[in-house]
Write a protein that binds this ligand. Structure first.
Ligand SMILES: *[C@@H]1O[C@H](CO)[C@@H](O)[C@H](O)[C@H]1NC(C)=O
Ligand SMILES: *[C@@H]1O[C@H](CO)[C@@H](O)[C@H](O)[C@H]1NC(C)=O
Ligand SMILES: *[C@@H]1O[C@H](CO)[C@@H](O)[C@H](O)[C@H]1NC(C)=O
Ligand SMILES: *[C@@H]1O[C@H](CO)[C@@H](O)[C@H](O)[C@H]1NC(C)=O
Ligand SMILES: *[C@@H]1O[C@H](CO)[C@@H](O)[C@H](O)[C@H]1NC(C)=O
Length: 308
């Protein structure tokens, strides 16, 4: 048997005389910081509370704080430092009651009249496909938070141009080829205001000639009296120093040189070694010569097929 006992408890709440409920305003919308330091926001059109003022707080990342109460839907914070990270809080206040807070973290963009002149733009060849760019602004008053540096690289032989966008103060460029005359131009661009551009700095550059990387064997066919091979050469885009000859050097047995026309795109080199003995091991080395000299040699050892 189960006995159910129910207790019904009535609790009488006796409060003080009823009072108008406090109106807690909703968070503001579209909080934004603009160039020039104007912080703006909007209020929901259906906001039920009557907002008396907004409490605006700016907290910097260097322990610098600023608090102000305003009636407008914006406040001029142009005196805050540009390019410092700020936390902006806006809280509507209605009859002394704080509403919901809105917060953004942002920096004040660089103004349109900032000096974007470059103090220097240095270009140094470090290796075959490694060019180091170094640069800096002349005036650091505003920092560089909304800056980008546009480098236009012009191949002066073909007039082909390639743009790269950089930030910071240095960068390595790894796609330039030896033996090509280039012109590099750099300018700072303030991206905060639709891309205001600073003055151009120009440098000419030519990476000195470098020998080719060793060729790579793509295909080999071995017969009793000959060997047929095709070899891939280094990517044309990474080393445009003109190729002169391709060598298959078998010492006393054979010594073949194949003149290379080196068209754009640089197709593989095909070569036949003929007049060989069957069932014989041949050692040879393969290398390629360009305007800078010969590449490292690739050693090969091949046994020809038996007759029949
Ligand atoms: C800030 O923005 C508000 C709203 O768009 C505008 O009325 C006010 O003039 C602006 N203040 C400044 C200093 O630009
Ligand atoms: C840039 O080049 C100039 C002139 O060669 C030199 O005086 C300066 O030290 C260089 N700056 C940097 C950061 O390498
Ligand atoms: C740097 O820019 C600021 C603001 O634009 C300016 O007041 C200052 O005089 C400039 N400094 C130099 C050394 O040009
Ligand atoms: C093969 O020919 C190349 C170029 O003509 C030459 O430099 C090399 O010494 C020759 N090799 C031998 C073993 O004679
Ligand atoms: C190599 O030999 C084959 C067969 O004789 C021939 O078809 C081919 O054209 C030759 N290639 C070269 C580069 O001489």
């Amino acid at each position: 048997m189960i006995t159910k006992i129910c207790f019904l408890v009535f609790v009488a709440v006796l409060g003080s005389a009823p009072r108008a409920e406090a109106c807690v305003a909703n968070a503001v919308l579209n909080l934004r910081i603009h160039v020039g330091g104007n912080l703006t926001w909007t209020v929901n059109p259906n906001e039920p509370c009557t907002i008396d003022y907004f409490k605006v707080e700016a907290q910097g990342d260097r322990q610098d704080d600023y608090v102000v109460n305003v009636r407008d839907h914006y406040v001029d914070l142009s005196f805050l430092k540009t390019c410092e990270q700020w936390k902006f809080h806006v809280t509507p206040v209605s009859e002394g009651v704080l509403g919901h807070e809105t917060r953004i973290i942002d920096w004040i963009p660089i103004p349109s009249n900032a000096d974007l002149t470059l103090e220097y733009f240095n270009v140094t060849v470090r290796k075959k496909n490694d060019v180091l760019l170094k640069w800096d602004l002349r005036n650091h008053t505003h920092g560089d938070c909304t800056l980008e540096y546009r480098v236009a690289i012009v191949d002066r032989d073909t007039s082909k141009t390639r743009d790269v966008y950089l930030t910071g103060k240095s960068a390595h460029i790894d796609f330039l080829s030896p033996c090509v005359p280039y012109r590099l131009t750099m300018r700072a661009v303030n991206t905060a205001i639709g891309g205001i551009e600073g003055p151009l700095a120009v440098r000419n550059l030519e990476i000195p000639a470098y020998p080719e990387d060793p060729p790579e064997l793509r295909n080999i066919q071995i017969y009793a009296n000959r060997i047929s091979m095709s070899w891939r050469l280094e990517n044309y885009l990474l080393n445009r120093c003109p190729i002169i000859n391709f060598y298959v050097d078998g010492g006393n047995a054979f010594n073949i040189s194949v003149p290379v026309m080196d068209p754009e795109g640089r197709p593989p080199v095909h070569v036949n070694v003929t007049g060989l003995q069957p069932s014989t091991i041949y050692s040879f080395k393969v290398y390629v010569e360009n305007s800078a000299g010969v590449s490292t040699a690739v050693p090969m050892a091949v046994q020809t097929a038996t007759l029949g």
